[in-house]
Design a protein around this ligand. Sequence first.
Ligand SMILES: [Zn+2]
Length: 249
Amino acid sequence: MSTSQKPFEHVAATFYPTRVFNFPKVELHCHLDGCFRLSSVIKFAKKRSIELPTYDINDLRSYCCLDADEDSSLALFLKKMELFVRVYQGAIRQSPVTGVVGIDIAGEEDIEDSPAFRPHIKAFQYAKEHGIHRTAHAGEAGSAGSVLKAKSLLSAERIGHGYHISRDPDVYKKILRDQTHLECCPISSYRTGAVRIKEQHPIIQFNRDKVNCSLSTDDPGVMLTTLLDDYQLVADFGLSEKNLKIMVS
Ligand SMILES: [Zn+2]
């Protein structure tokens, strides 16, 4: 990748071909409300009488998807998500739930002292007591310390993202020692600004040190990507196929 080229220019699935990574993969981090087809968004909006800015699929793309060459930030990313969330939130709630095997939490990551956070702690405690698995977003927008808080306050078994542990050697050592799994989403990390484009991506260090981590897409409907695009990006960092396989073994 040339230094002038933004990573997401190189890998957005709609615009660029990727290699076939011919080995089993696992996707652990994909938001239900960030992975819908636009045709489904239109269909559900009509069904639920939710007004959309347009019902033309190509025009709708500019409202809720990131273009490959569009500068991105967490604010813009969340703005693009709004429409997906508005259309699907109620629909998901109305769907029958036959069994819950795990829970996750996403949002502001450094607010553990806020009263608003206490119900979440209780919910995670309940989940732990009932054998429901737990993951939590931390170390993405938040500090390295937010990863430790997710483990201690929420009993998180896995961490969504976790990149910022690379900024604190003590936290890094603990996560490495505990083999806490990090659900890394390389393209998303650039598009939300969790990782700056000019810095070396923490995944390279994670892979070298054998931090327990895997690759996922996060919100492929917003970013117009597939899991192969994330593998392609990490391969472009210089990781061999053998190194990529470490993240799924
Ligand atoms: Zn996420």
